[in-house]
Design a protein around this ligand. Structure first.
Ligand code: AMP
Length: 443
C-alpha cells in the first residue's frame, strides 16, 4: 500500500469556525459544567437534552424568519427523504417544542429546565465568535410572576460570580403585544425621518424589525439611537408594573443592574423583560457579551401549545472560558493519586494489569503507565502524579509471590506478600493521613 504524502490541498483540517476542545482545556470545561450543575440543583432545575437537529420550521416559526440568526446564520439542509432540517442555532425553541410534545404542561408548573450543549451559527468567525459554540441555559416555563425573572437574572449573575467573574447586568423591557405595536410605530417614524443616516442593514431593519436598529453596532446608527424613543416610556400598565417588580426583586437581592434601552435581543419571541450579561473587554470602555435572556410569554402558543408564560437565558461557554483565562482563574487541579503500580518485565506486566484493576475496583486512587518499561521512568511518573506509594512488580516478586512497596516520601522499600497487599496498602494510607493531620495541627 502506498501512503500519499499529505500536501495542503488534501490535508484534512478543522472546518472554518469550528474548534477542538483539547485535553489541556478540559479542566476548564469541567469547572464550568460543575458550577452550572451545582447552581441548577440548588434552584431546582432539571436537565434537558434536546437534539442538535430540529425541523427548520421550528426556528422559522419560533425564533422568527426575519431574524439574523434564522435568515442568515442557520445551517439548513434537505435530507434525501425531503425533510427540511437545521442545526440548532439556539435552544429555547427546542426546549419549548419538547415541553409541548411531552405534555409537560400537565406537570406542576412552572417547569424548570437547564441545558448545556453545542449550537451552530454560520456567522463570520472572529475572536470569541465560532460557528459551533457551546451554551448553557436555564428556562422556567409556566410562570409569569416577576420574581422568576429576577431569580433567573440573579442566577445568570451568580453562576459567573461563583466562577470568579463579576458580570454587569443590562436590563430593559420590550413590552408585549399590547403596547409594543404602538411603540414600534413611534420608533419607525423616528428612524424614517433619519433614514439617510442609517447603515444599509438598518434600512432593511426599518421595514422588517425596527427594534433591531437599537442594538446595531454601527457608530452612526448608535448615535441616532441615543435620542430614539424608549420602550420603557411606552409600556402599558401591566408591563410597567411587571418591570418595576423585577427591578424591586433585584434590589432586594442586591444584584446590580444597568437600565439599558438598547437591550432588545435579536430574536422575535421576547416579551417584557430582556437582559444581557457583560464583562469588561480588553479594549477600554468596551464590553464583551457573555449571554442574555428574557421573557417569552407567547412562544409556547406560537409553537402550538396553550398560552403559557415563560422566561429564560443562555450564556456562551467559550466566552466564559476566555474570561476565566484572561482573569487568570484556574481550575482546581484533580486530586493526587495514592498509589502507582509499576512493572518490570512481561510476566510482571500481566500481573500488574490485574493488580491495578483490583485496586481500582476496590475504590483506591490508583494509577499506572503500562507502556513504560524502566523503573526510573515509572517512578518519575508516580512522583509527578503525587502518589504516596508505588507498588513494584518485577521478575523476583512474581516468583516469590510478593510486591515491593515503596514509600514515595522517603524512598524506603519493603517486601509484602502479594495476597496481603490490599490490606497493607490501606493500613499505610490511613496511617499517613493521620500522621499528616497531626503534623498540620502541630504547625
Ligand atoms: P445570544 O442569545 O445570541 O445573545 O447568545 C447568547 C450568548 O451565546 C452570547 O452572549 C455568546 O456568549 C454566545 N454566543 C452566541 N453566538 C456565538 C458565537 N457565534 N460564538 C461564540 N459564542 C456565541
Amino acid at each position: 500500500m502506498s501512503v500519499k504524502k499529505s500536501n495542503k490541498k488534501n490535508k484534512l483540517q478543522l472546518v472554518k469556525g469550528m474548534k477542538d476542545i483539547l485535553p489541556d482545556e478540559q479542566n476548564y470545561w469541567d469547572m464550568v459544567r460543575a458550577k452550572v450543575k451545582n447552581i441548577a440543583r440548588s434552584y431546582g432545575f432539571a436537565r434537558i437534552d434536546t437534539p442538535i437537529v430540529e425541523s427548520t420550521g421550528l426556528f422559522k416559526r419560533g425564533v422568527g424568519e426575519d431574524t439574523d440568526v434564522v435568515s442568515k446564520e442557520m445551517y439548513s439542509f434537505v435530507t434525501e427523504g425531503g425533510d427540511k432540517l437545521s442545526l440548532r442555532p439556539e435552544n429555547t425553541a427546542g426546549v419549548v417544542r419538547s415541553y409541548i410534545e411531552h405534555g409537560m404542561l400537565n406537570l406542576p408548573q412552572p417547569v424548570k429546565l437547564y441545558y448545556m450543549g453545542p449550537f451552530f451559527r454560520h456567522d463570520n468567525p472572529q475572536a470569541g465568535r465560532y460557528r459551533q459554540f457551546w451554551q448553557f441555559g436555564f428556562e422556567v416555563i409556566g410562570e409569569s410572576e416577576a420574581v422568576i425573572d429576577a431569580q433567573l437574572i440573579a442566577i445568570s449573575f451568580y453562576v459567573l460570580k461563583d466562577l470568579g467573574l463579576d458580570a454587569e447586568i443590562h436590563i430593559n423591557s420590550v413590552g408585549d403585544n399590547n403596547c409594543r405595536p404602538q411603540y414600534l410605530k413611534v420608533l419607525k417614524k423616528y428612524y424614517q425621518d433619519r433614514k439617510d443616516d442609517l447603515c444599509h442593514d438598518c434600512v432593511e431593519r426599518l421595514a422588517k424589525n425596527p427594534l433591531r436598529i437599537l442594538d446595531c453596532k454601527n457608530k452612526k446608527c448608535q448615535s441616532l439611537s441615543e435620542e430614539a424613543p424608549q420602550m420603557v416610556d411606552h409600556l402599558c400598565e401591566a408591563c410597567k408594573n411587571h418591570f418595576m417588580a423585577v427591578l424591586e426583586y433585584l434590589d432586594e437581592l442586591d444584584v446590580k443592574y444597568n437600565l439599558n434601552p438598547r437591550i432588545v435581543r435579536g430574536l422575535d419571541y421576547y416579551t417584557r423583560t430582556a437582559w444581557e450579561i457583560f464583562l469588561p473587554s480588553n479594549e477600554e470602555g468596551k464590553l464583551n457579551a457573555l449571554g442574555g435572556g428574557g421573557r417569552y410569554d407567547d412562544l409556547v402558543e406560537t409553537l402550538g401549545g396553550r398560552p403559557t408564560p415563560a422566561v429564560g437565558f443562555a450564556i456562551g461557554i467559550e466566552r466564559v472560558l476566555a474570561k476565566l483565562q484572561e482573569n487568570k482563574i484556574t481550575p482546581t487541579p484533580a486530586p493526587d493519586f495514592d498509589i502507582y503500580v509499576a512493572q518490570l518485565g512481561v510476566e510482571a506486566r500481566k500481573k500488574a494489569l490485574k493488580l491495578f484493576e483490583e485496586l481500582r475496583q476496590d475504590g483506591l486512587q490508583v494509577t499506572e503507565n503500562m507502556s513504560k518499561k524502566g523503573l526510573k521512568d515509572q517512578l518519575d511518573i508516580a512522583d509527578k502524579r503525587g502518589t504516596k506509594y508505588t507498588l513494584i512488580l518485577g521478575q523476583k516478586e512474581i516468583s516469590d509471590g510478593t510486591v515491593l512497596i515503596r514509600d514515595m516520601e522517603n524512598g524506603v522499600q519493603e517486601i509484602v506478600d502479594y495476597n496481603k497487599i490490599k490490606n497493607e496498602i490501606r493500613k499505610r494510607l490511613e496511617h499517613k493521613v493521620m500522621k499528616n493531620s497531626k503534623l498540620k495541627k502541630i504547625s
